[in-house]
Design a protein around this ligand. Structure first.
Ligand code: XMP
Length: 515
């Protein structure tokens, strides 16, 4: 294992993902972890992340100084390098000119950390402080036009620092550098593979669950489907999958999902038709938060009733992923008074999720995985691409894509429009090119004309975005002819719609969903 001491960089998770891509397991842990605790973890290498602070400010977070003496190779990235320099007796100052964006790296020592990194390669910089004096025993590995110490090393102690971010995609030589650190400096073996993970988690599930029964709420997404597959492989009939149909899924999806699981995968699924209950629960509700709250509440009660009807279960399976488990580093302090400032914008709380105080113990076999690793696992155990590559879909489904009151009529209209969007995007090979493509129904009407008759009907909003992680997004530059085909088909084929508009707002300031 390689551990990343997180000082609050937005890239800490990304570093872990990059390391795992080299098939070496990696975890993000708190910057407060002591040298003693680290000795117990016994990592092959340590990475000190970047962070939003200046090392010379009064409230700058530090790491346990004993860490430098552990004899374990350490790579400091950005703030991590400045911290290393500062704690080991070098000097960091506010740079005359900060450096943000791409920079060419000029190599002074092409061995060791920079083996196979090309002279002049592009690296991504984002810093206002710079190292001006290295601590004793350190040597210069590379510089850029603006940054004299862009990469440094204490070869004997295996301490390394880089001012740039090798983990981001814009850093061309970044992967080579990470591989050098992981394989040559830390001497790691590439053992973190999908096959090894599947094998290990099957053993772990069996050991944990024994002969007890496990309940799983299937949603049709890649996480719960992969979870179902893994558990079924491990414990077979001791697993019961429940699929609660809230009535807010896309056209034909509930039927397709149940059929796929039963007929193709031979995993039994309890189908619960709760459509009436859900639509009554939100009848007349127009406030989006209230809608979400009621749907969440209804989900829990239907789930509890269903589980009681199905007999006794000791365990509940949950698709918790690694990003849900990592704690934020809370290193953002107000430089004036040292008070903590919250900056992390947490992703959506999944209202399809269940509260922790249900009467079950939890099995969470995906806890260690990032989303892209879940996809790999899903694929390796035979999930079809349509589930592996499925675009994100909110827990409350189409109910939050109808603004204002949700009625059966409006649901039917939206489902038909949404199907056309999916068909056209799919047919033109755009499905995997975009993050999400869907339709939204607005609860207003506008005037149109069709066959010499005046119409007064709903508009449909097309929302198609590109994104890396859903936290920021841009509207997709879809070719006009595709937009035209979608618009024409919706207006012609979906009764109740006479206008289609395209949302050209990025996130921020917009959000991806409309509610
Ligand atoms: P927003 O609308 O905040 O959405 O830009 C960001 C991403 O989150 C998805 N989303 C949800 N996912 N349960 C989920 O599992 C939810 O309740 C939920 N609401 C939004 C959204 O589709 C987008 O990918």
């Amino acid at each position: 294992i390689i551990v990343i001491l997180d000082f609050g960089s937005q890239y800490s998770e990304l570093i872990a993902r990059r390391i795992r891509e080299t098939q070496v397991y990696s975890e993000v842990i708190s910057y407060r972890t002591t040298a003693e605790q680290l000795q117990k973890i016994n990592p092959k290498g340590i990475i000190i992340s970047g962070g939003p602070n200046s090392v010379y400010s009064d409230y700058a977070p530090h790491c346990d100084p004993e860490i430098w003496k552990l004899g374990v190779p350490i790579l400091g990235v950005c703030y991590g390098m400045q911290l290393m320099v500062n704690q080991l007796g070098g000097e960091v100052i506010k740079a005359e000119r900060g450096e943000y964006g791409k920079a060419s790296l000029y190599i002074d020592d092409p061995t060791d950390l920079l083996t196979n990194v090309e002279e002049g390669t592009t690296m991504w910089m984002s810093h206002g402080d710079s190292v001006i004096t290295m601590p004793s025993g350190f040597e210069l590995l590379a510089h850029t036009d603006n940054t004299p110490c862009a990469a440094i090393a204490h070869h004997d102690k295996k301490l390394y620092g880089v001012q740039f971010h090798p983990e981001v995609v814009h850093s061309q030589g970044g992967i080579a550098l990470i591989r050098n650190f992981v394989y040559h400096i830390c001497d790691c073996e590439p053992t973190w593979t999908t096959a090894a993970f599947v094998e290990e988690s099957i053993q772990e599930i069996r050991a944990k669950v024994g002969d007890k029964r496990v309940l799983l709420a299937l949603s049709g997404g890649v996480d719960s489907s992969t979870l179902a597959f893994l558990l079924y492989k491990a414990i077979g009939e001791q697993l019961t999958c429940v699929f609660i149909d809230q009535g807010f899924m896309r056209k034909l999806e509930p039927e397709r999902l149940v059929k796929l699981f039963k007929e193709q995968f031979h995993i039994p699924v309890e189908y619960v038709n709760a459509r009436e209950r859900f639509i009554s629960a939100i009848a007349g509700v127009t406030d989006p938060e209230e809608k979400r709250r009621r749907i969440g509440h209804e989900f829990i009660s239907v789930f509890e009733e269903t589980s009681k009807n199905l007999g006794h279960f000791d365990y509940l399976a949950q698709g918790t992923l690694y990003p849900d488990v990592i704690e934020s580093a809370d290193t953002n302090v107000d430089p004036k008074n040292g008070e903590r400032v919250a900056v992390k914008i947490k992703s959506h709380h999944n209202v399809g999720g269940l509260p922790k105080d249900l009467r079950f113990k939890l099995v969470e076999p995906l806890r260690k995985l990032f989303k892209d690793e879940v996809r790999k696992v899903g694929r390796s155990i035979g999930l079809p691409e349509e589930i592996v590559q499925r675009q994100p879909f909110p827990g409350p489904g189409l109910a939050i894509r109808i603004l204002g009151e949700v009625t059966s009529d409006r649901l039917n209209i939206l489902r038909d429009a949404d199907l056309i969007v999916r068909q056209e995007i799919n047919q033109r090979g755009l499905y995997n090119e975009v993050w999400q493509a869907f339709a939204v129904l607005l609860p207003i009407r506008s005037v149109g004309v069709m066959g010499d008759k005046r119409t007064y009907a709903y508009p449909i909003v097309l929302r198609i975005v590109t994104s890396e992680d859903g936290m920021t997004a841009d509207w997709a530059r879809i070719p006009y002819d595709v937009l035209e085909a979608i618009s024409t088909r919706i207006v012609n084929e979906v009764k109740g719609v006479n206008r289609v508009v395209y949302d050209i707002t990025s996130k921020p300031p917009g959000t991806i969903e409309w509610e």
